[in-house]
Design a binder for this molecule. Structure first.
Ligand SMILES: Nc1nc2c(c(=O)[nH]1)N[C@H]1C(S)=C(S)[C@@H](COP(=O)(O)O)O[C@H]1N2
Ligand SMILES: [Mo]
Length: 385
């Protein structure tokens, strides 16, 4: 059938030529793609590291230092994810007229390319939307965040690799002198620079949850360590975790004990016995996967001194909370962490007794470790063989 000429065209979807803005240009798309691809890659690698912390593998042990390592990589993860949002929107705006390219069906290579774009766009939108919701502490989706976020990260990065391979010529053209000429015209550079500027702005407005000296300019930050109890935000309160109401700094911890299981058997360590071990003071951050972090001073006793009562930190250690249910009711401390001199059962935070919400009477604190694994209301340590 002969294609109908414009004025008499039948009603139907538009064609790329219907979009007249000079911003719908492959050079613009490619340049934004370089920024977005870099942000995605950094976000993927730092996310992988976070997953490794939470699901350790024996062939790639995570070092116990530097103590601020996770704080930095997780801060970078959330910042690069935040930067991706405006970059992704700008790139989609620039590229979307190409979705109307006809014919819809083409050679296998064209079909593969189109399919990979559908997968890439879908998974990217899923990644940034679940990530942003997580930072906001807004668990609206009915699925487990980490599992879905992690699985789709692989889908997105796979589609990204295919996409980059297919688009290498376009990237080369965009970076050539001719490409530079095209970008220099009709406001295209301003659009690219604007998108990158908005991405940088989004980071500055939110990163104060992790960078104290930016707290005052980061008006959209998710947490305010400065105005939290003892200077440390609380993620899950004692009430939410259904911790016994009677367990309170006002009524004391005389009834509290920690069960310690090791190669030499089990022992019930009362809070008085815990206190009689040598006290240590360490400065370690709490770095939450939701993107906030804060350095704090912790006082308590070394986990390795506690484990010495039952034969020492001769293996990984399971740390159980008095919290009965919940994903973070227990965590595993790899052996090197359990044996580390800075790893404490903390009893005091920033110069005061722990508050109920911070894990009173005893909580774990270890270097270079995600906040989700810094178990509160510790009731049991078990050396795993
Ligand atoms: N038992 C228990 N420990 C827990 C949690 C929890 O829900 N239950 N939340 C964790 C999370 S997600 C973080 S970020 C830190 C926060 O510690 P904070 O509330 O003292 O700041 O505690 C961790 N320890
Ligand atoms: Mo957290």
């Amino acid at each position: 059938m002969r294609r109908l000429s414009r004025p008499t065209r039948l009603p139907g979807p538009p064609v790329p030529a219907d979009f007249s803005s000079p911003l719908h240009d492959r050079t613009v798309v490619a340049r934004l793609g370089l920024w977005l691809g870099s942000a995605f890659t950094v976000c993927f690698l730092t996310g992988l590291l976070s997953h490794l912390h939470q699901h350790p593998v024996t062939w790639l042990p995570i070092p116990t230092g530097p103590s601020w390592g996770y704080r930095v990589t997780q801060g970078v993860h959330v910042a690069s994810g935040t930067a991706s949002v405006p970059l992704l929107l700008a790139k989609l705006y620039s590229a979307y007229p190409r979705l109307f390219t006809r014919p819809v069906l083409g050679s296998p290579v064209v079909m593969l390319e189109r399919a990979s774009i559908a997968v890439l766009v879908g998974s990217s939108l899923l990644m940034v939307s679940t990530g942003v919701a997580n930072v906001a502490g807004w668990y609206v989706f009915g699925f487990g965040f980490t599992r879905v976020h992690y699985a789709f990260a692989w889908v997105a990065i796979g589609a990204l690799v295919v996409h980059i391979a297919v688009k290498l010529p376009a990237v080369r053209d965009a970076l050539s002198p001719a490409g530079a000429d095209i970008v220099a015209q009709q406001g295209r550079r301003a659009f690219v620079v604007g998108a990158v500027g908005v991405a940088a702005g989004a980071v500055v407005l939110t990163v104060g949850s992790a960078v104290p000296w930016l707290e005052s300019v980061s008006v959209l930050r998710s947490r305010r360590p400065g105005s939290s109890p003892l200077g440390v935000p609380v993620n899950r309160t004692a009430a939410q975790a259904r911790i016994d109401r009677g367990l309170d700094p006002a009524s004391g911890d005389d009834h509290w004990s920690v069960t310690v299981r090791g190669p030499r058997g089990a022992q019930t360590v009362t809070s008085a016995q815990l206190r009689s071990l040598p006290w240590r003071t360490v400065s370690l951050p709490i770095a939450c996967v939701e993107g906030w972090s804060v350095q704090a001073t912790w006082e308590g006793v070394r986990v390795r001194d506690v484990l010495a009562l039952v034969g020492g930190a001769v293996g990984d250690v399971r740390v159980r909370s008095a919290e009965r249910r919940g994903t973070y009711a227990a965590s595993v401390l790899p052996r090197a962490y359990a044996d580390h001199p800075s790893t404490l059962l903390a009893l005091r935070l920033n110069g005061s007794r722990l508050t109920r919400d911070h894990g009173y009477p005893v909580r774990l604190i270890a270097p270079n470790r995600p906040g989700v694994l810094q178990t509160k209301w510790v009731a049991e340590l078990e050396v795993l063989s």
